[in-house]
Write a protein that binds this ligand. Structure first.
Ligand SMILES: [Zn+2]
Length: 126
């Protein structure tokens, strides 16, 4: 597997507003080619780190993405939000600030879990 330097990763954040509540829900709409249970666990771990850094916020995973404040998805290329991904390398994710709440990860990256090779899912989610 190809090695990937985290310092080379680019994460873009779009402009936006704020949430006016402290209890936020999140969903995972689409997944990379990894076991879904393992991806869910990595995202849960990342979310727990977000909560630890922001003690006033609470996060809850929901299955119905239509109702989620934060919608996480692994997508590729042009995915209809005006911010196409560039394939493997460079941009690995982008996010839309509240109240939009979408977080997109480039599915073309070599996503890994609990591994120092490839693009570490937990590190990129945090
Ligand atoms: Zn996007």
């Amino acid at each position: 597997m190809e090695s990937h330097r985290y310092s080379a990763a680019v994460i873009a954040v779009c402009t936006g507003g704020v949430w006016v509540k402290h209890e936020l829900t999140y969903s995972v709409d689409t997944y990379p080619e990894l076991p879904r249970v393992a991806v869910d666990e990595e995202i849960r771990c990342a979310v727990s780190l977000w909560a630890a850094a922001s003690p006033r916020l609470r996060f809850q995973h929901v299955q119905n993405s239509e109702d989620a404040d934060i919608r996480i998805a692994f997508l590729g290329g042009d995915h209809d939000d005006g911010m196409s991904f560039d394939g493997r390398g460079m941009v690995v994710a982008h996010a839309f600030r509240p109240p939009n709440g979408r977080i997109h990860f480039d599915i073309a990256e070599p996503w890994t879990i609990r591994c120092h090779e490839g693009t570490n899912t937990l590190l990129m989610c945090v």
